[in-house]
Design a protein around this ligand. Structure first.
Ligand SMILES: [Zn+2]
Length: 303
């Protein structure tokens, strides 16, 4: 099944607030939330979490990576849940301490609030991103206990970003992998989101493929369960290969002219796609990085 709405996915695992930028919640004695979406939705996430937990609070906020739409509301959530421990990878911690990264995360959250408000999203646009303390870093192989019958395994999955983590809950065979396994669109196409390194991205996905996953929670819009979960990562790897071949072909035919290559690939995977889809400027920014990630490995260089 492909779940595209918020609520309980399976026993004690929830997708909350808005499927486009959800927060996932795993309930237990030490409840964990995964990612923290946009700043302007901070109070909404907190309300959705409290609706499930009542007067309890999350013990952990586990970040998959340092992108603006995954850590936007950490400070707001901390104000609601002061004892919640914020957890991420060591490289994410380093990124989140850099003044230029903080300024970029703040600006992208501000501009996203405007875009989403125009599209009828509720939220508090006056809520700005503010930096936050990281309470704990985790690495490959670390395990957190959520309750006596729920553990959480940390898996390093670089390629989308260098600091990307996925989380696996073996007792319920659930995987929370953000964009480490791509972005599914409404037509079934999966965007290969290899922003920093194509080979790392593929290797990370091959690692995720070895897990026995009945539930795959993506960064945006969809949770795959059952047979659809079993098919998802092999499909994503197939699209990854097709994307690489398309980029290599276009780069050769366009003599490395990146703007021409972008136009051709956008025509294939974006122009005729139905809404909802990523705003075009964000898509183009990511597309350029994805093309360069493929081009670099066969010797193309750009300034
Ligand atoms: Zn991301």
């Amino acid at each position: 099944m492909i779940v595209a709405h918020t609520g309980c996915i399976i026993d004690r695992l929830y997708m909350l607030e808005n499927p486009a930028v959800p927060v996932y919640l795993l309930d237990g004695e030490n409840p964990a939330i995964f990612d923290a979406g946009f700043s302007f939705l901070g109070h909404h996430y907190a309300a959705a979490i409290s609706k499930v937990l009542g007067n309890r609070a999350p013990a952990y906020c586990l970040l998959t990576h340092s992108h603006f739409d995954h850590c936007g509301s950490v400070s707001v959530l901390k104000s609601h849940f002061p004892k919640m421990k914020v957890v991420c990878s060591e490289p994410a911690k380093a990124t989140l301490a850099r003044p230029n990264a903080i300024a970029l995360i703040r600006e992208l959250n501000r501009s996203s609030a405007e875009v989403f408000r125009k599209n009828g999203f509720s939220g508090d646009a006056s809520l700005q991103f503010t930096p936050f303390e990281i309470d704990m870093t985790v690495k490959e192989g670390d395990v957190l206990r959520i309750s006596p019958d729920r553990t959480l395994q940390v898996i390093e999955t670089p390629g989308h970003t260098r600091d990307c983590l996925s989380y696996y809950i073996p007792e319920i065979k659930a995987l929370i992998c953000s964009e480490a396994a791509g972005i599914a669109d409404p037509t079934g196409y999966i965007v290969s989101d290899c922003l920093v390194d194509y080979d790392q991205y593929v290797n990370s996905m091959k690692k995720l493929k070895l897990l026995d996953s009945d539930v795959i929670c993506l960064a945006h819009r969809y949770v795959f369960t059952g047979q659809d979960a079993g098919n998802y990562i092999p499909q994503s790897l197939k699209y990854c290969d097709e994307f690489r071949i398309l980029v290599e072909t276009c780069l050769a035919e366009e003599h490395g002219d990146i703007s021409h290559v972008m136009t051709r690939i956008k025509a294939v995977e974006y122009d005729d796609k139905p809404e909802p889809k990523q705003p075009e400027p964000a898509y183009l920014l990511n597309l350029e990085a994805r093309i360069k990630a493929v081009g670099k490995r066969i010797g193309y260089t750009w300034e």
